[in-house]
Design a protein around this ligand. Structure first.
Ligand SMILES: [Zn+2]
Length: 287
């Protein structure tokens, strides 16, 4: 090797370490900049056509319910609350009838597309949490294999029993097996500042939980999960016959109602289309 070539080779070997000794380049930016204040985005993650609401303990009539999901962007990370109805259903116009429940599910905008509208990829989601693991809440759970899964311990035990409970499809959330897990036995304050809290509200399922958000301008919001499916059921403390524990369901409603009263919170019933429509229309947000 000529001296000249040898010097070039030496230069090329030294170059990266010199660069490292200087200012390290910033890591590639994952998703958008974190917001200054906590933001709540409400997403339409599918619709469920119910032929007879008495199956939910409500008046006997047909109704369409929404499966809403929520993206919470906190200065210290992003949380997805519930993952809606399986995105693959979006490929079938008009939706598909769920075999075991007879409910017609429809998805107009897949969750992955909603996230893209926020310039987020599933890998940018730090935490995914579930009110419970029914098919219309865990439908796209497997989109998030690299997120930390926040699961209620009782819920996971119940939902992974053999055979699976009705309206649970364990293959929809199978990625929990290899994901980072944070198992809850009660309340959790996700970012440690009281802004995003999960509170247990069992009864619909054994490990059912609700979400309590404290926003700077909008104040406190309580996101129901399925502590009730409709306003009428909430008002009259009506419990769907398929809930795993009737008394526990009523107690959870009472406890959550007390929390809502004490915090002067806005209550969002996740399955009520009007409650979703009353929130800023995605991708607008509440903060
Ligand atoms: Zn449910």
């Amino acid at each position: 090797m000529s001296l000249e070539r040898w010097l070039i080779a030496l230069f090329l070997v030294l170059l990266p370490s010199c660069a490292a000794g200087a200012k390290a380049p910033p890591p590639p930016q994952a998703g958008p900049e974190p917001p200054e204040d906590v933001r709540l985005y409400a997403l339409d993650c599918g619709r469920a056509e119910i032929a007879d609401m008495s199956a939910f303990g409500d008046e006997p009539r047909a109704r369409e319910l929404v499966a809403s999901c929520y993206v919470i962007r906190h200065p210290r990370g992003t949380l997805v609350w519930d993952t809606g109805i399986d995105d693959t259903i979006a490929q079938t116009k008009g939706g598909v009838v769920h075999e075991r429940t007879g409910i017609r599910f429809r998805v107009d905008t897949p969750l992955r597309e909603h996230l893209r509208a926020l310039n987020l990829s599933p890998a940018d989601v730090d935490y995914v949490a579930f009110s419970h693991l029914h098919v219309d809440h865990a439908g796209n759970a497997n989109l998030f294999p690299s997120s930390t899964w926040i699961l209620n311990r009782r819920e996971l035990e119940w939902a992974t029993a053999t055979p699976p409970p009705p309206t649970v499809e364990p293959e929809l959330f199978s990625a929990y097996r290899s994901a980072k897990l944070k198992l809850l036995d009660g309340e959790a304050d996700i970012f440690g500042d009281g802004a995003v809290r999960i509170v247990p509200t069992p009864g619909h399922t054994p490990g059912h939980q609700s979400l309590v958000l404290r926003l700077k301008r909008a104040g406190t919001l309580v996101i129901s999960g399925d502590v009730c499916h409709t306003h009428a059921n909430w008002q009259h403390r009506r419990v769907p016959p398929f809930n795993t524990d009737r008394e526990e369901s009523v107690r959870s409603m009472e406890r959550l109602d007390a929390l809502i009263g004490a915090a002067h919170a806005r209550f969002v019933v996740q399955h009520e289309p009007d409650d979703l429509a009353a929130l800023p229309r995605f991708p607008a947000f509440l903060d």
